[in-house]
Design a protein around this ligand. Structure first.
Ligand code: MG
Length: 307
């Protein structure tokens, strides 16, 4: 399971499907879930295309804003359409995509019925609107939210990457407070497990990897009718992630420190391993200079004072 300080992600085939058409990306501060659809393996081609394009976008520009996320999803839409035209076996393929980037807030670009939630003060808040038939009926007051979970039309989505030449991408930003947790998931979770049960796991299980396992376990226990993908993020813990790296860099000797510094730079990580030691040296030099000036001043004063 891909995980690191403050996040964990996993995708599971579920209990009834033979293949997994869900894909995800977990490369902090960028996270995404894509749920592919189409005959045979077409769905996984579509979700794979969307996720790899996001990955490439992050390679080119480590600092991503909402505009570049929307742009990436629009390019995915075009790429999926192009592939589907070229290969008959991929005709009609599509994918949902919910992508989030964290920069002290959360910014989301979203198409389809995968979801992003914020868990705050023991309450689960859905940040994205599902682009699905039953969700629009719920929004219009024509269907009860509980009925939507079991309605036979719940798999019909109204927007997807690959569905039409132009795709409308939702953009959502939300603030983050200390203690907030984030959840990204495909409908294999939220279609099987209600919000109250999801909230209980997020409240009771502080470790993101174990929370992911428990949520996938609940989806499968409830029937596991679909592929299920879950990403749990603790933004507080991610902010702390830089500290251990600095501590390690300072603890090693100069040669190792040099190589750690180089390794980090190729990693695009902005941790200046050598700078703290240089700052300490500069401080010591200033203290010595100040003492020297004080002694000289005292000697001069003693020399010129009348005795
Ligand atoms: Mg699904």
């Amino acid at each position: 399971m891909p995980h690191g300080p403050g996040f964990a992600a996993r995708s599971d085939v579920g209990s009834t499907r033979t293949g997994n058409e869900d894909r995800f990306l977990a490369r902090p501060p960028l996270f995404a879930v894509a749920d592919g659809m189409g005959g045979h393996q077409a769905g996984e081609v579509a979700s794979e295309l969307a996720i790899s394009l996001l990955d490439e976008t992050a390679d080119r520009s480590p600092v991503l804003g909402t505009d570049s996320l929307v742009d990436a999803l629009e390019r995915s839409n075009a790429a999926i359409r192009r592939e589907a035209r070229l290969r008959a076996d991929l005709a009609g393929m599509g994918t949902t995509c919910t992508v989030a980037v964290l920069d002290g807030e959360i910014h989301i670009a979203h198409v389809g019925d995968s979801r992003a939630y914020r868990f705050r003060a023991a309450r689960l808040e859905q940040l994205t609107d599902d682009h699905s038939l039953v969700a629009s009926m719920v929004r219009e007051g024509r269907m009860d939210p509980a009925a939507a979970m079991t309605d036979g039309r719940r798999n019909i989505i109204t927007r997807a990457l690959g569905a039409e030449d132009q795709v409308r991408v939702d953009v959502v930003s939300a603030d983050l407070a200390p203690g907030d947790r984030l959840l990204l998931c495909s409908d294999g979770l939220h279609g099987q497990v209600d919000d109250a049960a999801i909230a209980t796991v997020l409240r009771d299980e502080p470790d993101p990897a174990r929370a992911v396992d428990r949520l996938i376990g609940l989806a499968n226990a409830a029937g596991g009718e679909d592929n299920v993908t879950v990403i749990v993020i603790d933004p507080d813990m991610m902010a702390d992630a830089a500290s251990p790296a600095v501590a390690v860099a300072l603890a090693v000797d100069d040669d190792q420190q040099e190589s750690a510094d180089t390794a980090k730079r190729t990693d695009d990580s902005p941790i200046p391993a050598r700078r703290p030691r240089r700052a300490i040296a500069l401080f010591l030099l200033l203290v010595i200079a100040a003492i020297a000036v004080a002694i000289a001043g005292w000697l001069l004063a003693a020399a010129i004072s009348p005795t």
